[in-house]
Design a protein around this ligand. Structure first.
Ligand code: BES
Ligand code: MN
Ligand code: ZN
Length: 485
C-alpha cells in the first residue's frame, strides 16, 4: 500500500469470506480490523461498524460489510465508500481514508471510492434552519489508498465530475416546487452553462408556440407559472450534429391536472423534473470532462396543474411532429412534453436520442424501486445503454414495446391518444414516445419513476432523491466519443 497518511478515519471493506487483503496496514490497525471481523454485528443491519482506534495516526476504523468477494464490483465498492463515510457523519471527522482490496483494479477502486464519497456527502435536509440539524458532513479531505502508486488523477477528476453531476440531480429533485419553477430551472441551467462550455438557450411560451409545440404547451395551460423549453449544447467534437441528445421530462410539479392525483405521495411530484435534471447534469458533466463528443440536452419544463385554462380530458392537441393527440388523461403529461422535445432534438441534428423521465407508476409495479426500465429501438442501441449502465454500476432492465402496445394507444378520433389504460402502462407510455421518433434514428427511453427517490436510506445513499441515469448517460456519451459516431 502506498503511503496511508494520518487520517481521522479509515474505511475498510470486510468480505463474507474474511478480511480484505490490504498490504502495509499499520500493525495496530490490522489487529483492530481482525478483531472487528470476528464480531458478528458487522454482518447485520447497517453492515458497518465504527471502532475508536487512535493507533498509527488513525483515530477511527470503519468496517463495512462488502458481501461476497466474488460479487465485489464497482457498485459494491461505491456502496462501501458511501456507507463508510456516512457512518462518520455525526462524529467530528474531518479527514477520511478509504482502502480497497487488491482484488479490484485500481482505476475501478479510485472511481468507486470517489463517487461513493460524493454520494455520501449529499444531505436532503438543506432547508432546516438549524445548522446542527442539517447534518452537513464536515469532511475536508479524502484519501483513496490503492495498491499501485501510478497516477490516477484523471480517474479521480472524472469521478469527481460524475459525483457532482449525480448530486446536482439530487439537489434539483429535492428542491420544493415553489422554489424550483420552470423559470428557476432555466436559470439553474444557464448558471451551469456559464461554468462549463455549454451554450444554453431558453425558449419562452411564445417561441415554443411559434415552433408548434402544442403538445408541450397543452400541459402548461392550468398554471400561472410560465413554461420554459431549455436547450443545452456542448460541442466537444466540433462540427455539426450531435452524437447524443438527452431529452428529460421537466415537470416541476405534477398534480395530475384536471385528472387530479390522489393526495397521498403527491408532494413527491416536486421531483417530476428529475429527467430534466439528468439531461442538464449529463451535458454539464461531459463539458466539464472535456469529452470529445457533441451532446444536446433538451428540457421541456412546466408545471401540471388544474385551472380554468387547463387542458381537459378529451381535448385534442397537435404535437410539433404534426400528430393529433387525444388527451384522455391529463396526468399522462410527461409523454406530451417529451414528444415535442424529441422532435426538436431530431430537427437539431441528434443522431441518437435518449428520453429520461419519471414517466409511469406502472414501471414501479413492473420492476420495483431499484431498477430503471429501458425501452427503445433498435435492440443494439438499447444494448449499448444497458452496457453503459453496467459499466457505470447502475441497475437497468430492458423492457418491450410490441404491436399490441401500439394498438392500445390508437385513438378513435385522432392519430393517437395519451393513455392506453392500466395494462402495460409503462410500455404504452414508451410506445407513445416511439411514435414521434422519426427517420429510424436510434432511440432509448429510461423510465426512472421507480429509481428517482428512495423512502429509506440504502448503503448506496441517504434516503430521498437518488439521481439515477446520469452516470449511465455520461458513460454512453463517452463511448460514442471513442468509437463510431
Ligand atoms: N409523474 C407521474 C409518474 C410517477 C408516478 C412518477 C410515481 C414517480 C412516481 C406521471 O406523470 C403519471 O402521472 N403517470 C400516470 C399515467 C397514467 C395516467 C396513464 C401513472 O403512472 O399513473
Ligand atoms: Mn402525471
Ligand atoms: Zn408526471
Amino acid at each position: 500500500m502506498s503511503g496511508l497518511k494520518a487520517t481521522d478515519a479509515l474505511v475498510l471493506p470486510l468480505f463474507e469470506e474474511g478480511l480484505a487483503q490490504i498490504r502495509g496496514l499499520p500493525r495496530g490497525v490490522q489487529s483492530a480490523y481482525e478483531r472487528v471481523a470476528k464480531d458478528d454485528a458487522v454482518k447485520l443491519a447497517y453492515h458497518r461498524m465504527v471502532q475508536t482506534l487512535e493507533r498509527g495516526g488513525i483515530n477511527r476504523l470503519v468496517v463495512v460489510n462488502a458481501g461476497k468477494r466474488a460479487d465485489f464490483n464497482i457498485e459494491r465498492a461505491r456502496r462501501v465508500a458511501s456507507a463508510g463515510v456516512r457512518a462518520l457523519w455525526d462524529l467530528s471527522v474531518r479527514s477520511v481514508a478509504i482502502a480497497f482490496d487488491s482484488g479490484l483494479d485500481d482505476r475501478t477502486a479510485v472511481r468507486a471510492a470517489t463517487e461513493g464519497v460524493h454520494f455520501a456527502m449529499f444531505r436532503p435536509e438543506s432547508l432546516r434552519t438549524q445548522a446542527r440539524l442539517r447534518h452537513l458532513p464536515p469532511l475536508a479531505s479524502v484519501q483513496i489508498v490503492v495498491g499501485d502508486s501510478k497516477s490516477l488523477a484523471a480517474e479521480v477528476d472524472r469521478a469527481d465530475i460524475v459525483g457532482q453531476a449525480v448530486n446536482l440531480v439530487r439537489r434539483l429533485s429535492n428542491t420544493p416546487a415553489n422554489q424550483l419553477t420552470p423559470r428557476v430551472l432555466a436559470d439553474e441551467a444557464m448558471a451551469l452553462g456559464k461554468e462549463a462550455k455549454v451554450k444554453v438557450e431558453v425558449l419562452d411560451e411564445k417561441q415554443a408556440e411559434r415552433l408548434g409545440m402544442q403538445s408541450f404547451l397543452s400541459v402548461s395551460h392550468g398554471s400561472h407559472e410560465p413554461p420554459r423549453f431549455i436547450v443545452l449544447r456542448y460541442h466537444g467534437r466540433g462540427g455539426s450534429g450531435y452524437e447524443l441528445a438527452v431529452v428529460g421530462k421537466g415537470i416541476t410539479f405534477d398534480s395530475g391536472g384536471i385528472s387530479l392525483k390522489d393526495p397521498e405521495g403527491m408532494h413527491l411530484m416536486k421531483g417530476d423534473m428529475t429527467g430534466g435534471a439528468v439531461a442538464i447534469a449529463t451535458v454539464w458533466a461531459l463539458a466539464k470532462a472535456g469529452a470529445k463528443v457533441n451532446a444536446l440536452g433538451v428540457v421541456p419544463a412546466t408545471e401540471n396543474l388544474p385551472g380554468g385554462a387547463a387542458t381537459k380530458p378529451g381535448d385534442v392537441v397537435t404535437s410539433m411532429g404534426g400528430k393529433t393527440i387525444e388527451v384522455i388523461n391529463t396526468d399522462a403529461e410527461g409523454r406530451l412534453v417529451l414528444v415535442d422535445g424529441v422532435t426538436y432534438a431530431l430537427q437539431q441534428g441528434a443522431r441518437r436520442v435518449v428520453t429520461v423521465a419519471t414517466l409511469t407508476g406502472a414501471i414501479v409495479v413492473a420492476l420495483g424501486n431499484h431498477l430503471t426500465g429501458v425501452f427503445g429501438k433498435p435492440d443494439d442501441f438499447v444494448g449499448d445503454v444497458i452496457g453503459a449502465s453496467k459499466r457505470a454500476g447502475e441497475k437497468m432492465w430492458p423492457m418491450p414495446i410490441t404491436p399490441e402496445h401500439r394498438l392500445q394507444i390508437q385513438s378513435d378520433i385522432a392519430d393517437i391518444k395519451n393513455t392506453g389504460g392500466r395494462p402495460g402502462g409503462a410500455c404504452t407510455a414508451a410506445a407513445f414516445i416511439e411514435a414521434h421518433v422519426q427517420d429510424g434514428r436510434p432511440w432509448a427511453h429510461l423510465d426512472i419513476a421507480g429509481t428517482f427517490w428512495a423512502e429509506e436510506e440504502t448503503l448506496h445513499s441517504p434516503k430521498g432523491p437518488q439521481g439515477p441515469a446520469v452516470r449511465t448517460l455520461f458513460e454512453l456519451a463517452e463511448s460514442l466519443a471513442d468509437g463510431a459516431a
